[in-house]
Design a protein around this ligand. Structure first.
Ligand code: M6R
Length: 366
């Protein structure tokens, strides 16, 4: 049932190209220029009435929600807040009928996420669920559901569900933008074309798993490391760090690259590995200066950059290139080497990759 792979996690990492294709599926129209989301029951008037979006989720799904915030704000120009579900309802969030609450849950059964959904409905908000399980509690109770067609995810560490959630956010962002007229049609078509190219780009990253494995084996001998990035790279850094902690038990922290010097830089010492994501053109120079700050303190830096950029190699110890794509779409590629990094580090440490200690696949307690 692992289809020849040693672990479900590795199998699921490799299923991502298919999960992307299946999640996009018929939601891209035949012209390949726009998004069709028949499952969304909101009328154009209801969409125009949305004043704010709250994205609520736990763990990896929360990290997908951080990317979702950037995507919706950029494409639909609606203010978005992303909250951890176990915090959301205790902060007396301002939820009105003009709030669209998006809950994200692979299983659709996470207790805190479900409770957030119920609270949102009680306050009169419309709730849209992004979930991988048709017929789950979250799917049944939400007003609208975008199903991620990732297929069953068995490994406790979420991989293909996360990336399928990203695809769902891209589709939703485009759909809202089409309705609201917030970005021009040419850009929508460009993003759609970019989405369609993602599966084969993921395949080309998977073909380089051995390169990541070598880095992972080096990383696995350390007890502490950092992930840094800015903007969308920071959101992906958080996910990479969680994945590594969850299955390799190596302590890591993800930091917004510009925030290091406000305290955390004190922890950088000789030889500490730092995984630096620098895939965003606009933020590249700024990220490079933050990389220089850790290099100057002796960090050993692994840089992740977009193909075609030769600059990062000059400042870091080792690089890994992801295929070039639109800046907005890079999370769907840059997370893949980080999933592999966590997998191979866990393997090198002899851990039970698919069933990490202390954790459950579905968290039905608050
Ligand atoms: O089923 P859900 O998406 O609601 O689960 C949320 C988290 O428990 C889950 O993403 C968790 O963080 C993963 N084990 C991370 O890999």
């Amino acid at each position: 049932e692992k289809a020849g792979f040693d672990h479900f996690m590795l199998k699921e990492i490799h299923e991502q190209p298919k999960a992307y294709r299946d999640t996009m599926g018929t939601r891209l129209d035949a012209s390949g220029e726009k998004v069709v989301l028949n499952e969304i029951g909101m009328t154009p008037e209801q969409i125009r009435a949305i004043r704010q979006v709250h994205i609520v989720a736990c763990g990896t799904a929360y990290h997908a929600g951080l990317v979702g915030k950037s995507v919706i704000e950029k494409l639909a120009r609606i203010p978005v807040e992303t909250d951890v579900a176990s915090e959301y309802r205790y902060r007396a969030p301002i939820i009105t009928p003009e709030t669209l609450v998006i809950v994200v849950s692979q299983s659709g059964e996470t207790a805190d996420t479900l409770a957030a959904l119920r609270e949102a409905k009680r306050c009169g908000a419309r709730v849209l669920a992004i979930t991988n399980v048709v017929g789950s509690s979250v799917a049944r109770e939400a007003d609208d559901v975008i199903v991620t067609w990732a297929g069953p995810e068995i490994a406790v560490a979420s991989t293909k569900a996360y990336t399928s959630q990203l695809i769902a956010f891209y589709l939703l962002g485009l759909y809202l933008a089409q309705t609201l007229g917030t970005v021009d049609e040419a850009y929508i078509a460009e993003v759609v074309a970019g989405l369609q190219q993602l599966p084969e780009k993921v395949e080309s990253i998977l073909a380089q798993a051995d390169t990541i494995r070598a880095i992972a084996e080096q990383v696995s001998t350390h007890d502490n490391l950092f992930f840094i990035g800015r903007g969308l790279d920071y959101a992906v850094a958080l996910e990479g760090s969680l994945k590594l902690k969850e299955i390799s038990y190596i302590h890591s922290e993800a930091y917004a690259a510009g925030e290091l010097k406000h305290g955390t830089l004190a922890l950088i010492e000789e030889g500490i590995p730092v995984i630096a994501l620098a895939t965003q053109d606009e933020l590249f120079e700024k990220t490079v200066s933050n990389i220089k700050e850790v290099k100057a303190r002796g960090a050993h830096v692994f840089g992740i950059h977009a193909e075609g950029d030769a600059e990062l190699a000059k400042v870091v110890d080792r690089t890994f290139a992801i295929p070039a794509t639109l800046p907005l779409l890079t999370p769907a590629l840059s997370v893949v080497p980080l999933q592999l990094l966590a997998y191979y580090a866990s393997l090198a440490r002899g851990n039970d990759v698919d069933k990490p200690r202390n954790l459950a696949k579905s968290v039905t307690v608050e």
